[in-house]
Structures are given as C-alpha cells and as structure tokens.
Design a protein around this ligand. Structure first.
Ligand code: BES
Ligand code: ZN
Length: 627
C-alpha cells in the first residue's frame, strides 16, 4: 500500500516501521507494510487475541443492514496493535474500555483484497484488553442471506440467515476470522416485530414482547460457527434436549421428517461419548440456503430440500450432528486441514446411520459417496488438478471453499474406514474416543493428528500403515476398503437390462426402492439413455415430480445430457426454487455444455438468481460465464 501522508514526521512517529521512498520530485511517500496473512486471516493471535465477544446487534431489514457493536475481550501479551478481519463492513468508530468509560482510539483499514477483505488495525496500550468496534454491515455482505417476504412461506415477514464458514464471518462481524482461535460469546439482538432471532447459542422458543433477545454461548467455539437467523419461526420439541424450528407452513412436515433426531443423538453418544452442547436443535431454512446443512452449535441449519416426506434424506442431519464432535469440539487449525473436520464427520455420520437404520442403509450411502469421489478424482485429474486430490491441501492465495470437495469428505472418511479395518473396530473406537477427549475445545493440524495416530494407535499395536500416502499423496491408495451392496447391484442390473431393451417390471413403483437405490439406478446409465427410454421411466416412476431433490437433480442431469426436453418445466421450477449449490453446480455445468442449453439456462437464471444466496450465485455466475 502506498499512501501520501502529510505531515510526514508525525506520521512516521506513528508508523515507525514504515519505509520511506524518496521520489524524484522529492515528495515523500510512505509504504505501510502489508499485514501478513496466515491461514486466510490478518489477525496476529500470538500478540493480541479475542477470548470473549459481546455483540449488540440491531437489524434494519428494509435496508438490509445490521448495525452492531462488537466488544472484544482480548488477551493482550503486551502489544500496541490488535488486528481484525473485515470485509464489506463499515467501521464507525473504535473505543477502548468498559461501556460506561470508553475512550476513542485510532484505527486503520488496510488494502482491500477481494477474497480476504482487509485488515483492521486498532491502536491500544500494552495493558488494554477491551476493544469496542462500532460498525454496520453492507447489503453486499456475503454471509448474509436476506430474503424479501415473497420468498418466505407466509409472505408476511422478511428473513435473514448468516453463513460464516469458511471465511465469511468477517462480512458481518469485525473479528479475528481464523479457526485457530476459540471464543465464547454473548449477544443482544433487537429484532423487528413478529420475527424470532436465533443464534448458535442458547435460544428462545417463542417471541417476546420487547423484541430484544439475549443469547449466550459459554463454550469456546471457532468463529466460523457464529450464526444468526431472524424470521417468522415456530418451534417443536422432539425430546428433552432436541427440537426443530421452521417457518409455520413447514413445521409439521419438518417435525415428522426429523423425528429420529433423538435416536441419532443416542447413537452418537453411544459411540463417542456425551454430547457437549446441551441442546441439539435444527432449523429448516428457506430454499435459498446454499448448503445441505451447517453445523452451527446448538442449532444446525438445514436446507428444506431434505424434506422428502419419507425421512429418506436424514443422513445430512446425522452428518451435522456428528460435527458436534468432529469440527465443533475438535477443530481443524486451518482450512488446509479441512479433511479433519469433514472426513471424520462423514465417517461418523455413517456410523450413526448404521446404528439407527442398519448395515444395508449405511453401505448404500457409502457406495453412493464413493462413486462421487471417483468422479471427482477423474475430473480433477483431467484438469491437471491432482494436487487437489491430497487430503492435506495448500490453499494459500486460494478460496478455502476450493477445499470443499469429495476429497476432504469421502477420501477422508475412507482413510479412516481403512485404518478401522486394519486395527479392528474395537481398538479404533477406543482410539477415536480418546482423540475426541484429548482435543476437545482445541484445534489441531493434520501433522498433530498423524503424531497422535502413530503414538496412540499404530505404534502400540505394531501396525504399519500408509498414512503418508493417504494424506500427502494423490488419488485413492490401493488398500482402500471395498464396500459392497446387494441392493445396489440389483438396481444396477435392472438399469443395464432396461438399457439393452428389456422393459421395467410392470409393477415396479418408485416407493419400492430407497433414494440411494434410485440414484445408483440413474447413475448406472453412465450419462447415456435415449429420450424415449427416459420418457418411459418418467411415465412409470415419475422421477421428475418425485419431490426428492437427490433423485430429481440426478435425473435432470441425465436429461440434459440426452436432450430430453420434457423435463424442462420441472427443472426450471427446481432451479428457480432451490438455492442449494450442490445441485446447482452440476445442473448449470451440464447446461453450459451446449449452446442451446446454455441459452435456456441463462433465461431461467434471470428468474432464479434473485432467489440464491451469494455463495451460490457467485458459483453459477462463473459457470455461465457472467463474471
Ligand atoms: N460444514 C459443512 C458446510 C460447509 C463447508 C460450508 C465448508 C462452508 C464451507 C457442512 O457440514 C456440510 O458438509 N454440508 C454438506 C452436507 C453433508 C451431508 C455432506 C452439504 O451442505 O452438502
Ligand atoms: Zn460437514
């Protein structure tokens, strides 16, 4: 950053480490050293770091702005500057000290980076430890999903939800935005009338008269787990410590769909010990939510596309619940170690599904995931991105979201499954229990994990294992566990016979098979099936109107590839309604493959884009070449 600063001497006193550059016309320019970026953050935790955060927030829904004060209680190891991350946030003033005795202090905002935002540097004395930042967000703040009333169920009130992971918390709170640090927090939120605010903290279950709500999170969490939602919401209790929130029109369906949550909690606790967060609630968001689920502590956020009517998509809930151990309790130190969060969670999710729904279901889920992993690896290899097939990544200067692939999730889970096979379930369970216990409320790197694995499992049991190959090598090592499922083989055979001319059994109905069986059936066509045959299937099984988002998205992709235009009305309705990136990405990517389908996609996107969260429309903009 080059700044012209006058008077030079005074400024030099402030920025004693700046270097002077003499230009030919004798004007003096000062080059402020760039604040170093470590793990996608400008914060220097080793100098001054937040321990506890008190938030005071009020919402201006008409202008899509949050006005806030972030009061940071810091541990100051004797430094005179504190560093925070901000992006699309307007800093009004910064003060030091308790709220009845605040003294304004100087701050500086560094260069803006389109990925990381900017460093906010606050001056303080070596003994100061309370920094109050007065700010407001901007309508562009990427974490914030604002919905106008038309996009909600009742159409009466607007809606807001945040998405912090990976590095978006800095777009709604000035904060040291790295998973390396853990903080506790409290919040006071002023909500508009008729709207209930909820956070990743202790939550109300109904509206109060004042419209002001208090929140508390006593356990230290990494700040990507700070979350807020405000909308017209109802609550239904499922058990003493669990329940579901949803918009009124969805609450009955949500309660029914997620009725097994108490069983899942029991299963998880049976495997890896007591749930640490007291309450486990889930919140069903409007359709624009860009993910399947997000593990905000005490309050998992879910997409409404999980509501299929028959409980067939609840493995995502098992996944988010599993994060209460892997991710929220034991956290990746940097986004390069993301597989520690997600690989463990996919492994754990499958163990929960096995306990609650049996071996067959768990195996089908694993095979479906493994197919996706193989496709991802093929795709990465064909693009020359084989470094991205390593579990340990190097995401410096890249968006940490680039690591959100099947590698971290599925290769990570199969790595653990493979160790489990080598050492036996009993020893492996004991090891994972000890690991969660050792690292609870801490963060760790991949290297910390390798060391722990060697000294607590492999060396004591005299086992040699190709850990390094799994973690630092490309693709899938040969010793990977192979999983088989008779039920999936049956539907794959059915698909192959149908493709070569045999009709479907006359009495076969969609209800006869599970979601995973139908997914395997559709995938068995390997992208090729004539329009006529697709029509025949739709006539008998009606995939395009199944209301099951997993089946519909697979079916639509096959349809686009085979010029089966009959799906277009349903596909358009799906694309306009659903903002979940996992579905949008393959659909728009396949549509972008030919000129005619690309034109159609662009037309649809005009209606669809306003319904998507920034995380999703940024991805789709790129796919459609609009960036
Ligand atoms: N924590 C992730 C979501 C996430 C990851 C958001 C990285 C932003 C950056 C969440 O637990 C997740 O993995 N969701 C999956 C569902 C799961 C069943 C694989 C999703 O949304 O698809
Ligand atoms: Zn996850």
């Amino acid at each position: 950053m080059i700044k012209k600063l006058f008077p030079v001497m005074a400024v030099l006193a402030l920025f004693s480490c700046n270097s002077e550059i003499k230009k030919e016309n004798h004007e003096v320019e000062i080059e402020t050293p760039k604040v170093e970026v470590i793990n996608h953050s400008y914060s220097k935790l080793e100098e001054v770091k937040t321990i506890r955060l008190n938030l005071e927030l009020s919402l201006d829904v008409d202008n899509r702005v949050i006005d806030g004060v972030a009061r940071h209680h810091m541990k100051n190891l004797g430094f005179e500057k504190a560093y925070f991350d901000i992006k699309d946030i307007d800093i009004k003033k910064v003060t030091l000290g308790k709220s009845n005795n605040e003294i304004q202090t100087n701050f500086e905002i560094g260069d803006y980076d389109s990925l990381l935002g900017a460093p906010l540097t606050v001056d303080l004395s070596k003994t100061d430890s309370l920094i109050n930042i007065y700010y407001s967000t901007s309508p562009d703040s990427e974490a914030l999903g604002w919905l106008s009333p038309e996009l909600t169920g009742s159409g009466k009130h607007p809606f807001l939800y945040t998405q912090g992971q990976a590095i978006l918390t800095r777009t709604w709170i000035p904060i040291q935005d790295t998973p390396e640090n853990r903080i506790t927090y409290s919040a006071t939120v002023e909500a508009p009338e008729g709207m209930l605010p909820l956070m990743s903290a202790t939550n109300p279950t109904e509206l109060n008269e004042s419209g002001v709500y208090q929140f508390e999170m006593e356990q230290p969490i990494p700040c990507y787990l700070l979350a807020l939602t405000v909308g017209e919401l109802e609550y239904r209790r499922l058990s003493e410590n669990s329940g579901v929130y949803a918009e009124p029109h969805m609450i009955d369906a949500a309660e029914k769909e997620f009725k097994d949550i108490p069983k899942m909690i029991d299963a998880a606790e049976g495997l890896y010990g007591k749930y640490s967060w007291d309450v486990y609630d889930v919140l069903v968001l409007p359709y624009s939510f860009p993910f399947g689920g997000m593990e905000n502590p005490r309050l998992t956020f879910l997409t409404p596309t999980l509501i299929a009517g028959d409980g067939s998509l609840v493995s995502t809930v098992a996944h988010e619940l599993a994060h209460s151990w892997s991710g929220n309790l034991v956290t990746n130190a940097s986004w390069d170690d993301f597989w520690l969060n997600e690989g463990f969670t996919v492994y754990f999710e499958n163990r929960i599904m096995r306990e609650v729904y049996g071996d067959e279901v768990a195996e089908m889920l694993s095979i479906i995931e493994f197919q996706e992993l193989q496709n991802t690896i093929d795709d990465m290899n064909s693009k020359g991105e084989n470094l991205d097939t390593h579990l340990k990544l190097d995401l410096d200067n890249r968006n940490p979201d680039d690591g959100m692939t099947d590698i971290a999730y599925v290769k990570g889970a199969f790595f653990l499954k493979t160790i489990e096979r080598e050492v036996g379930k009993e020893k492996f369970d004991e090891f994972i229990n000890a690991y969660f216990n050792e690292y609870k409320f801490k963060t760790l790197t991949t290297e910390d994990f390798i060391e722990y694995l060697n000294s607590n499992l492999l060396t004591p049991n005299d086992i040699t294992f190709n850990t390094e190959e799994w973690i630092y090598g490309a693709g899938i090592p040969d010793n990977v566990v192979k999983i088989e499922s008779k039920r999936l083989t049956i539907v794959q055979d059915l698909a192959n016979k149908f493709k070569t001319g045999e009709p479907l059994p006359k009495d076969l109905k969609r209800q006869d098979k599970t979601t995973q069986e139908w997914m395997a059936f559709i995938r068995a066509f390997d992208g090729e099936l004539s329009k006529e045959k697709m029509m025949e299937i739709d006539k008998q099984l009606n995939f395009k109107n199944s209301g099951n988002s997993e089946i519909m998205s697979e079916w639509f992709v096959l349809g686009i590839k085979n010029d089966y235009k009959e799906i277009r009305p349903e596909m358009k309705a799906f694309l306009v309604q659903v903002g979940r990136r996992k579905y949008l990405e393959p659909l728009y990517t396949t549509l972008a493959d030919s000129e005619e389908t690309l034109d159609w996609a662009k037309e649809v996107y005009k209606d669809a884009r306003p319904n998507y969260h920034a995380i999703s429309f940024n991805t789709v903009d790129e796919i459609l070449g609009m960036k």
